[in-house]
Design a protein around this ligand. Structure first.
Ligand SMILES: C[S@@+](CC[C@H](N)C(=O)[O-])C[C@H]1O[C@@H](n2cnc3c(N)ncnc32)[C@H](O)[C@@H]1O
Length: 216
């Protein structure tokens, strides 16, 4: 990601934080739909007992949502914005929240899963490169899988500061990492999530993943 892009992202969230404080509005969510986004990302895999990285965690609200729903995972949230992380630490003292840019700083551990909500929608100089680099990093730092949501380019209106991703292009990219892919565009018309499952060892005789053998 270019330095200018980073500055723009930081400035934009800081400005909103000054105006709205701890509010979904600071993150650019003006409706309650961020909860649905968490639900979708958190419900695809059984995350209980797993380590999960929330990339671009903002205040760490995904952690709050997961706790509310009884998901018992080892959560690690990272974000480039220190103001959001400081606020998040006050809200969720039991969450591990950290200021970090994984594109320029290494992390010394792997996570079972990496989830990311709303981080790839901000218009940048080169969004597609950012998406490809994110997939590479998420693949490197995850053992079981990763999931990311996007705003679709199949929309009926557009805003200037938003990047609208092509679901087919994202799907094609996802297949470079695993054959076990889900793309969900069934929960909101203009947004989609892609799940890359790296637990892709299958029964060689039947060509079926283990959880599905009972249906054969
Ligand atoms: C729309 S907000 C979503 C926050 C959170 N995921 C949620 O859904 O509540 C996007 C967040 O991504 C963060 N972000 C953007 N680019 C990032 C990067 N390269 N590394 C880490 N965080 C980033 C922003 O600072 C912001 O907090």
């Amino acid at each position: 990601m270019k330095k200018n892009d980073l500055t723009n992202i930081l400035e934009s969230y800081n400005e909103r934080y000054k105006t709205f404080g701890y509010s979904p509005k600071t993150l650019g969510w003006d409706k309650k739909t961020h909860r649905l986004r968490y639900h979708v990302l958190l419900s695809h895999w059984d995350l209980n007992g797993k380590t999960v990285l929330d990339y671009g965690c903002g205040f760490g609200d995904m952690y709050g949502y997961a706790k509310e729903k009884g998901i018992n995972f080892v959560y690690h949230g990272i974000d480039i914005n220190k103001n959001l992380i400081i606020e998040g630490k006050k809200r969720y003292p039991s969450a591990f929240l950290e200021v970090k840019d994984i594109f320029s700083e290494k992390i010394d551990k792997e996570f079972n899963y990496i989830l990311s909500s709303g981080v790839h929608n901000f218009k940048l100089k080169d969004n597609w490169s950012y998406i490809k680099e994110s997939f590479n990093l998420f693949d490197r730092y995850s053992t079981h899988g990763f999931a990311i949501n996007f705003i679709s380019n199949k929309v009926d209106f557009t805003k200037e500061d938003i990047y609208y991703s092509d679901p087919l292009k994202v799907l094609d990219l996802a297949y470079k990492y695993s054959n076990r892919i889900v793309l969900r565009n069934d929960y909101m018309p203009f947004e989609f999530s892609v799940f890359v499952d790296k637990q892709n060892i299958f029964d060689k005789n039947l060509g079926v993943y283990p959880e599905y053998l009972k249906y054969v």
